[in-house]
Ligand binder design. Sequence first.
Ligand SMILES: *Cc1c(COP(=O)(O)O)cnc(C)c1O
Length: 443
Amino acid sequence: MRLVWRKGRNRSGVGQSILDVPADTLERIAMAVDTPVYVYDAEAIRSRYDELTVALSGFPHEILYSVKANSNLSILRLMRGLGAGADIVSGGELVRVLRAGFAPGKVVFSGVGKTRRELTAAVENHIGLVNVESHDELTLLNEVAQELRTVVKFGFRVNPDVATNTHPYTQTGERGMKFGVPMGEVLSQALWARDQEYLLLQSVGMHIGSQILDASRFRQGAEKLASLIEQLRDSGAEELHSADVGGGIGIQYTSEEGLDAAQYASVIEPLARSTGLKIMLEPGRYLVGNAGYLLTRCVHTKQSGGRSFVVVDAGMNDLLRPSLYGAVHDICVVAGGETDELKLRSVDVVGPICETGDFLGVDRKLPEVKRGTLLAVRSAGAYGFTMSSNYNSRPRPPEVMVEGNRWAIIRERETIEDLMRGEQLSPDVALDWRTGRENTVDE
Ligand SMILES: *Cc1c(COP(=O)(O)O)cnc(C)c1O
């Protein structure tokens, strides 16, 4: 796809200081493509990537961008251009990263429920690594590799039994959770794999959760990985190439402090030193989270039961995080409202969806908002569009990339026709449940 760049406003111009992208560029975008719309700042993504690369420069490492955070092809192309590999969790994401031009050798496949079809696609495309999460999956991968007579490089994603104090739905590294191979089983599975002609163990890794702000959790996990690797080596010369520390680096959404890249690097470094292995990491949110905005307009204001509501044209189908995780995103007025910060009022910013859980922000202090006021929900670059749905038959919003003082649509707004594609007004053929034969309905 060729990007059509349009003129925005130069960053050196007057903009609202709280926004990286000048307010009038956001306003122009909203006028041109309508709202709601996701906007990503390419420069902000680049600077995060550079920050991480500099912090990790003391030891060999490879950054694998976690595609599920934001899988737009233009974002993937940007990551590839920066030198990242890709961490994928489905066959669909495999198609995306290959389309975006990632070398298959720089693709790592994670996830707890890979199907035979997905594993086959991974092996056929000779991807860099399959991170296995159970013995059952390992035996399935072995079958696929035998069928295709192809040697498969794989790693174990272990469950290091490390607790994180994040939202329960974003914890993945504790005993009893569905993720990873229990530490105590890794050795026997590694020995089993060594006897298989087509399996090649290359890596041991973890992914303990998401939005982790406390570096000590990563330290604990890294220490456990280090001792496991030592144990594997003692038991018979495993030719490991890398240790994978997963993603999960926490960012700033409102007043919390994001995990500092240098601090993160300092707790990972001992693993690199003690094992001599290349460290692979799978950041998603860290690279794209703060770089994105969801622009939305106020459609009505109302007072009810002693509360003030700002009803906007984006809902939980567009940005699920507040409803699903109780996530708090900063919301600010971009244009068309009162800008006097002295006149703040407490409002609930809610969407149009028929669910009480449909809100973008509760009890927010905003200057007066009226019909048509343009708002920006900040830090919506990760798990925003990728978690969006068509609930209430709402077409998903377009996505826009800002590059310096230009911008381009990188995904068109969906249409109602897109939503009904493949549906039947009335089915022509039904399956007779007694005979299993197809009968036409009017027979
Ligand atoms: C989701 C996920 C990531 C990325 O997590 P972030 O919190 O976005 O950094 C990395 N690795 C795996 C296996 C994941 O499932």
